[in-house]
Design a protein around this ligand. Structure first.
Ligand SMILES: Nc1ncnc2c1ncn2[C@@H]1O[C@H](COP(=O)(O)OP(=O)(O)OP(=O)(O)O)[C@@H](O)[C@H]1O
Length: 701
């Protein structure tokens, strides 16, 4: 090769060519070298390796020289610096020459800045975006894949990514197979997210994209990419899950900003409150709760921001205007540069209802407990009184008639008035009525108006509140409340003070009363049985008993006949009492002698059965043996029609006139008047009435 040709060749090569001597001086360089580094040919006298590569030192150059001398050639990458100081990357091919005792290194350098930077950039970007590319040439079947694509499939063999093989990485292999064959055969592009299984069995979501390139109608290349979107997908799935949780929540979930605008809400807000989503989308807190003012909201929002979370009770309104109680937990969230209020609202209607029910039940239990305690107290007192009820002894036809009435009225709720002399067994009848009624499992409460001081009767009957009067140091439950559900037995009703009669009347009419010192009306369900040994009709006539009350009580009267009018009962009663007191006293009496019975039958018993009972009790104490014979204890029969039994003339007249007036309904004059019946002049009768103090009791009739 001649010198010109070799010179031309060196200049024409697409490389920077330069020759260096042992000292590192550049003794020759082609134009490309000079141009690239910004030097002239005349600079070659002074230019050294140290000018173009600032990292080379004298020592490293000497080592490099020796190394090349030994190995002959070498290939490496370096950074060259141009005259202005700018660096660029080069790939160098260096060769050691020796000629006539002169040694040189000849180097060929190529600027690789562009290719290496873009490669680096591409690789880093692919890695950051987790995108691996591939290109399939259908002409020769060759496949090019990027290193990131291999990483995604966790393989080193690019052939693993050939269509026939890559499908096996996928969990839905058939899906990808279909997509690939459509791309290969018809040139159909695709962009889908599919799942592969990683080496550790972990799921990876891949976005698979393919872009076929066609020549005419024929597919000749396919460009594609796989992107690992597992993170996004997991995030997305989690987001969907959170959304689902929020939307399925029973609780109402709202997110508001400071202006009160509703930014987000759970489905329950719409379903529970009755607003459409369209309505809610434009809502503010003020639309949802018109009670809220901007000042309140501002203060509330500040408090949430300050405290992080606030819990409180509230009433939430539905679209139809109804409201329900809720527990609210309002949480502060700082999101996207903005303070938000995320409120979780729980409907507590059921709980509140249960609380009220529980409270009511507790109150009921409390009141039942007090009632039971009171009943218990009462019953204890009753037991101490040793009343012998349940043993109604009867043989006479007369008394059987009385008991028949008891049988008839017992099952009803009708008010009963038992009249009769003292000791005839009125209380026994009252108990028999109660025991044979549906109320028998509830108490029979007895109150005797004759045994109580009149000022205490009202509180005893109706109860009082603490402080109702001086001495009322605590609440007292009245007998009426105590008897709720059962029967009240008002013994000696004739003794009830006139002042209290209206209150009893109100109870009989309405079934309600007020406790003393309370304006709360109490309603109870009670059957009333009253008893008296007094002539109530006369008391009415005398203005001592209210006529309206009398009629209310006298719904079903039972007259308890005196013992002298049912003498057939004397033998059986006497035997019953003999056994009772004999047993009690530990005596041996078994029977009464005929004489005793005759003697007992001859007596009239003004004290009725109680008197007979007392007699036998006394006899058992005095006498001994198995048969009770007459003794000092036998009462002497009364002498009938004693002088003191006669009424005065005035009393007889008074009674006679009153009877006539009752007949005429207090009409004195006229053909149907009392004067006409009594065959006296009107004037005479008026005068007599005045003298005898007969006055119509207009307030009761
Ligand atoms: N048929 C009867 N069989 C057995 N004992 C009776 C009978 N009738 C009354 N007694 C008894 O006679 C006594 C007096 O009866 P009770 O107290 O019921 O009379 P009362 O009419 O209510 O008297 P008072 O009007 O004085 O209150 C009681 O011990 C009662 O048990």
């Amino acid at each position: 090769m001649n010198t010109d040709l070799s010179q031309w060749l060196i200049q024409a090569l697409p490389y920077e060519v330069f020759v260096l001597n042992r000292e590192g001086s550049i003794v020759y360089a082609n134009d490309m070298f000079l141009n690239k580094l910004g030097y002239d040919a005349k600079d070659l006298n002074t230019l050294t390796i140290f000018n173009i590569n600032s990292t080379v030192t004298k020592v490293s150059w000497a080592e490099h020289w020796e190394h090349l001398k030994e190995v002959g050639t070498d290939n490496f990458k370096e950074a060259h610096q141009n005259k202005k100081g700018k660096l660029y990357q080069v790939e160098v091919f260096a060769q050691f020459f020796s000629n006539n005792g002169n040694d040189w290194i000849c180097a060929l350098a190529q600027d690789i800045t562009k290719s290496s930077f873009y490669n680096y950039l591409m690789e880093s970007t692919e890695h950051m975006a987790k995108v691996g590319g591939w290109k399939l040439n259908l002409q020769d079947g060759s496949l090019i894949v990027t290193s990131e694509a291999l990483k995604i499939f966790e393989t080193k063999d690019k052939n693993d990514l050939l269509p026939g093989k890559v499908i096996h990485h996928f969990m839905e292999a058939d899906r990808l197979k279909k997509l690939l064959s459509a791309a290969l055969q018809k040139g159909t592009a695709y962009d889908e997210v599919l799942v592969i299984k990683g080496a550790q069995g972990n799921k990876k979501y891949l976005r698979c994209v393919a872009e076929p390139i066609l020549k005419g109608k024929k597919v000749f290349k396919i460009l594609g990419a796989y992107q690992d979107v597992t993170e996004q997908k997991t995030f997305e799935t989690r987001l969907q899950l959170f959304r689902k949780i929020i939307n399925n929540a029973e609780d109402l979930i709202y997110v508001y900003n400071r202006e009160g605008k509703l930014l987000l809400y759970s489905n329950s807000v719409s379903t529970k409150l009755g607003f459409t989503k369209k309505e809610l989308d434009g809502f503010t807190i003020y639309d949802l709760d018109p009670k809220i003012t901007p000042e309140w909201w501002e203060g509330h929002f500040d408090e949430i921001v300050e405290k992080g979370v606030l819990r409180f009770e509230w009433l939430v309104g539905r679209k139809d205007g109804t409201k329900f109680p809720v527990d609210i937990s309002a949480n502060h969230i700082f999101y996207d540069g903005e303070d938000l209020n995320c409120a979780v609202i729980r409907d507590v209607s059921e709980r509140k209802k249960r609380d009220v029910e529980l409270f009511q039940a507790l109150e009921e239990i409390k009141s039942l407990k007090t009632q039971l305690e009171n009943e218990n107290e009462y019953l204890k007192d009753e037991i101490n009184q040793e009343i012998n009820f349940g043993h109604i002894i009867c043989q006479s036809k007369e008394y059987q008639q009385v008991l028949k009435k008891v049988d008839q009225v017992a099952p009803t709720d009708t008010t009963v008035l038992i009249t009769g002399e003292s000791g005839t067994g009125k209380e026994l009848l009252a108990r028999a009525i109660h025991e044979n009624s549906s109320r028998k499992n509830r108490p029979l409460i007895k109150i005797n108006a004759a045994t109580l001081p009149s000022e205490l009767i009202e509180s005893e009957l109706f109860g009082h509140k603490k402080g109702a009067f001086t001495g009322a140091v605590e609440d007292k439950i009245g007998k009426f409340k105590l008897a709720d559900g059962g029967t009240i037995f008002l013994d000696e009703i004739g003794e009830l003070p006139l002042s209290l009669q209206p209150k009893l009347l109100r109870f009989l009419q309405e079934g309600e009363f007020d406790e003393l010192g309370s304006n709360k009306t109490i309603k109870v369900d009670i059957r009333v049985i009253a008893a008296t040994n007094r002539d109530l009709e006369k008391m009415v006539a005398d203005g001592k008993f209210r006529v309206d009350l009398y009629y209310r009580l006298n719904v079903f009267p039972i007259y308890n006949i005196p013992l002298r009018e049912r003498k057939d009962d004397i033998p059986v009663l006497a035997k019953y009492f003999l056994e009772k007191y004999s047993n009690k006293a530990g005596k041996a009496f078994r029977r009464l002698s005929k004489k005793t019975i005759t003697a007992l039958m001859n007596y009239n018993y003004p004290g009725n059965i109680r008197e007979l009972e007392n007699l036998i009790e006394r006899a058992v104490i005095i006498e001994n043996g198995t048969t009770l014979n007459p003794g000092s204890w036998i009462p002497i029969p009364e002498i009938p029609a004693q002088i003191e039994d006669f009424k005065s003339l005035e009393a007889v007249q008074r009674e006679h006139i009153l009877n006539a007036l009752k007949q005429t309904n207090w009409r004195v004059s006229g053909p149907k008047g009392a004067a006409s019946i009594l065959e006296v002049k009107d004037k005479t009768l008026f005068a007599k009435m005045k003298r005898l103090g007969i006055e119509r009791q207009t307030n009761f009739r």
